[in-house]
Design a protein around this ligand. Structure first.
Ligand SMILES: [Cu+2]
Length: 405
């Protein structure tokens, strides 16, 4: 009962050690400067979270690649967008970036804007927390906003049939399974047999004594030598023979692809220049769990604008005066944002603004660790809204200084 409750409420393993399964899966593992200043996710949307086995779940969203990419993090020259899920409970049937089919890793451009779409098909019934996440080569996984998905139905109903380029329909759940098991079994048996051949004889000490006594010739018998010669010939013959057999049985095959996909960023969606935002500094008030950002905002547009949201590492701080009422969840603070001069910023105006983002999320999402990092810079996306609803997004960053009082 308690275990189910703990699972349902997603209580961190630490609080209910022993009875709860920890439900986080690395969202908070990376340093805050990586989570806030590499991939900046926004507008992530999910299709219906209640599905049955064989149904599809579609995830769409956008991300901005931060200009202020941390100097200690390798540049995103090979990045792969995946979905984090507890095991093979879904299969991925489609993935695109900026509308282009996307199979391999891609090089992302700092400052670039991208739009992704991933289609999943439910494979096993259960309740799972899914996230889109980026695997950045040599840096680690940067996780996007998650969603609980409930899969109903029966696992036995799952079907994953595809038609190959030669027109044959195969079942991906079992295709080649027997062949794979056979070859694994064969090589394991061969390796184990050779190991046993030597292990069954007296081992270290008797052999050591024989070597010490100068009789090491007797350690390897003529039968050992002949067997070794036979293996030396048989293994390459089996490998090459099986390879030739596979080639002749499947003459038209496409090898696994190792190249990078080349997909250019969209025309700028973030930092378009219509509204220019510069952060002078950030100050984190530990006791109040609030970040105060000192910004200089220059409105180059034709409409007055107001700051409505600050998003960093999937935490959203909103000003209800600007964006209206929004449902709260553990990552959304519907009243978390305020500014010291709330009047709209007029066209042509430059204003010094203090933006305050306060919520316990700074602590629960382990972003407050920023102040103990060697790179204490924070990044994020600032959303500004014009009277007519038009949205301007700015990718910002600033050094953060803690305040302990
Ligand atoms: Cu999760």
């Amino acid at each position: 009962m308690l275990k189910t409750l703990a699972k349902r409420l997603c209580v961190p393993g630490l609080l209910l050690a022993g009875i709860s399964t920890a439900c986080a899966h690395g969202e908070k593992a990376l340093e805050p400067f990586i989570r806030t200043r590499t991939i900046q996710w926004y507008d992530v949307a999910w299709s219906d979270p209640k599905v049955k086995v064989n149904d599809e779940v579609t995830v769409t969203g956008r991300f901005h690649v931060a200009e202020d990419w941390p100097v200690g993090v390798p540049k995103p020259e090979a990045a792969f967008l995946n979905m984090s899920a507890p095991g093979p409970v879904f299969i991925r049937t489609e993935r695109s970036l900026n509308g282009q089919p996307w199979i391999n890793s891609v090089a992302l451009k700092p400052g670039g804007d991208y739009e992704f779409k991933v289609v999943l098909k439910a494979r096993m019934p259960g309740r799972y927390h899914l996230h889109p996440f980026f695997n950045l080569r040599d840096a680690g996984p940067v996780t996007g906003p998650g969603q609980w998905i409930e899969v109903g139905g029966a696992a036995a109903d799952f079907s994953n049939r595809v038609t190959t380029l030669t027109g044959e329909t195969i079942d991906m759940e079992s295709f080649g399974l027997a062949n794979g098991v056979l070859w694994h079994g064969f090589w394991m048996a061969a390796g184990l047999a050779w190991l046993l051949w030597w292990v069954r004889r007296p081992l270290f000490l008797p052999r050591y004594k024989q070597v010490e006594a100068g009789r090491e010739e007797g350690l390897v018998t003529p039968l050992d030598r002949n067997l070794a010669k036979a293996i030396l010939v048989a293994v390459p013959v089996v490998v090459l023979g099986a390879n030739a057999l596979a080639q002749s049985r499947y003459p038209s095959a496409i090898p696994l692809q190792a190249a990078l996909d080349r997909i250019e960023p969209l025309p700028p969606q973030v930092n378009t220049g219509a509204v220019e935002v510069k952060l002078r500094k950030g100050e984190y008030r530990i006791a109040r769990r609030e970040m105060v950002l000192s910004a200089e905002i220059h409105n180059r547009g034709t409409q007055p604008v107001r700051v409505g949201e600050f998003t960093t590492a999937n935490l959203r701080f909103l000003d209800p005066q600007v964006v209206g009422a929004v449902d709260a969840d553990s990552l959304t603070a519907p009243h978390g944002l305020s500014v010291d001069l709330p009047a709209p910023i007029q066209p042509g105006e430059t204003r010094q603004l203090r933006i305050t983002a306060s919520d316990a999320g700074w602590e629960t999402e382990k972003l407050d660790g920023l102040i103990r990092d060697a790179d204490s810079r924070l990044g994020g996306l600032l959303f500004l809204y014009a009277e007519d609803g038009q949205r301007h997004v700015a990718s910002v960053s600033a050094a953060v200084i803690p305040r302990f009082d």
